[in-house]
Design a protein around this ligand. Sequence first.
Ligand SMILES: [Fe+2]
Length: 272
Amino acid sequence: MPYHSWRFGPDGKCDHIPYFDGPIPPAAKVRSYPVEERFGCVFAWHDPEQGAPDYELPSVPEWDDPQWIKGEYDDLGTLPVHPQEVIDNLVDTRHFGPIHGQHLAYFDSVFDGVRGTQISGGGHETMTSEDGVLNVEATYTGPGILIARYSGETEAAQIILHTPKEDGITQVWHGILTRARTSPPSPEDLTLRDGYHAAGLSAFSQDFAIWKTKGPAFQILRVPTDGPFHRSRTWYRQFYSPRSDAADFQRRANGVHHTSGMAAAPDLQAAE
Ligand SMILES: [Fe+2]
């Protein structure tokens, strides 16, 4: 307790009162949460049913690879939206042109249990490979951890984290790692990383501008060629429902979902 310097252990129980040697009252305890440190972040498991974590955090081997250049996370502050509105972006095939000025060559959505993946490729003005295409595979693990991997001019990984802060308020962080072409990284590698960071942040800020001002979409008005928003919202419900219902939401969302009128990802063209 901040006023009296009582100390609490990882199990939430008070284990030291600096001015009292007697037995510590059993009621002197707080709720504790399982925590795990990964890729420069501390993740806490929040479950209203107080069960143990039932899936693994994603791994980012690039974080511990000396060939990759890390940067600081950007604390992007809060958005006045429910996290669901951020997740909608995962399947939003048709926002790439109007919001990001990007021409998509292909796009697909894949849901598998606690993971939801967007696979896309298209022209990008600053991050493309020699053939002019930026290929992106972006996967949510759980409701708020997005790891996106880019193969363009160089390999890059983007980490976007969001969590509800209070009702209707969502906190967001952003980070970029790039693979250096020499070891130690050359000045050109560092410049390229800074360029990727700026480009990633710039692209994300275009989504931010919408989220900052949009109203809640309780029901999405869509046409068949928009993208599989109904699948992503079904997938997301597993994280906001009794845990016993999660498998049913997963079953209803799982699979490869093409966007009507859009070319399928090269590796998924034969998939349903
Ligand atoms: Fe976007």
